[in-house]
Design a protein around this ligand. Sequence first.
Ligand code: GLN
Length: 537
Amino acid sequence: MSRYVFVTGGVLSSLGKGITASSLGALLKASGVNVTIMKCDPYLNVDPGTMSPYQHGEVFVTEDGAETDLDLGHYERFIDVNLTKYNSVTTGQVYSTVIAKERRGDYLGATVQVIPHVTNTIKEAIERVARINDATVTIVEVGGTVGDIEGLPYLEAIRQMRNDVGRENVCYIHVTYIPFSKAIGEMKTKPTQHSVREMRAIGLAPDIIVCRTQKALTPEARAKISLFCDIDKDSVLEARDADCLYEIPLLMGEQGLATRVLRRLGLDAPPPDLEPWKQVVGQFRQRKARRARIGLVGKYVKVADAYLSVLEALTHASLPHEIGCEVVWVAAEQLEKDPPEKHLADLDGVVVPGGFGDRGIEGKIAAIRFCREHGLPFLGLCLGMQCAVIEFARHVAGLPEANSTEFDPATPAPVISLLPDQTGVVKGGTMRLGAYPCRIVEKTLAERLYKTSLVYERHRHRYEVNNEFRARLARKGLVFSGTSPDQQLVEMIELPGHPFFLACQFHPEFKSRPLHPHPLFLGFFEAAAARAAGRYP
Ligand code: GLN
């Protein structure tokens, strides 16, 4: 039977609950404990796939094709395993299940209620994750903040689980925020006290409180939290703002997070082997006076979370280098107004990430043209690949009106289009999602980087390279270096003779991990770093 750790948040959202849960996961895994993590999101969307990145940040895609919260990305990067659709549950899914059962008559005439029907469905989802992963410890992060109306069924469910599985098998971690009042020069613990009181009102009491702070937690603040929240001082941990996410497991480990959880759950485990994490942090901390400037040409340049996995993958790829990575945000729409050199001339590489809709497309195409013509390293991801195909068709293959039917349904040269069986789709869960095999063509850059002939990469798209144009594009020099095993779908393109010009229909960023940087990002960053090195004396 699995033990459970429930992570809730108080005071504010975006406190780093996900990172706390992930760090605990990393520490337990480093001690050899079989651990899994799941996220419960209290919104009514069935999944975040239909939400704007402005609302929600990146949509993370799992191997089995679930569109999930970006916290799943943190979990995978920290515990270095592939999670599944079961590791993410939303209120939208819970209610869909309950209502479908009610319509089938499964409740046998009962009045269907939040307690027990909704809470039971939540508990089943949690227990399923534990069972499927055969987990010794299942970490469950409850999204939102204690006190939110929509979070109540989850809190009730995790309260009930204490009785279901036994007090000795559950541990509650509450992550809160400790503001610092400049006016009186003091850390304020009152919001934390209120948040814990709110928990108590619904029958929950934290075993561990993790305090997000900007400065070191003062002994006075710790003592107050201990007194008012009825918890021993050593169970009040500090989570200070950190520039390197991957240092957080180490910082949390030093404060005894994992030891405390293991003790609470009555588990024995050897001390964690944190050497790999220390190495990652060491590489991150190395004085990197020189930096490769990587332009990220996107639509949501004001929301860093919209491209979270891409940013992390770039960081992972830069770790082994003496040259660091500096991401320069380039608003695609700006490239439609200004000459591209204004924004791109002093960059060492350009990434055009995924996206939907026609806003900024011409700017992305202009950026790619600039990269192609100026030997600037280019990595295109999903939409980035589609734009690269359009650019090549227009400016090299003599199809000046080439476009994707996503942006111009009436284009005379639809080099990117829907597959015939995909027309008429509705929004929400209708894309090509999750991992598919990709066969790598021999003697290509793709093969040099992957060092293998078959890879599985994650997808999230509707449109494809139109096979009617493949021969023409190939004749003009575009290399299709990866395809589906039946060769019907283009998965990768590249341009030989260019320092680095490669794009893929899938999202390699979802599979990059600090302990295993992704080969395509490694190759791209190496080319950008070589270019950067040339800029320095
Ligand atoms: N909008 C494109 C498609 O649906 C690309 C999607 C993406 O970049 N994730 O095919």
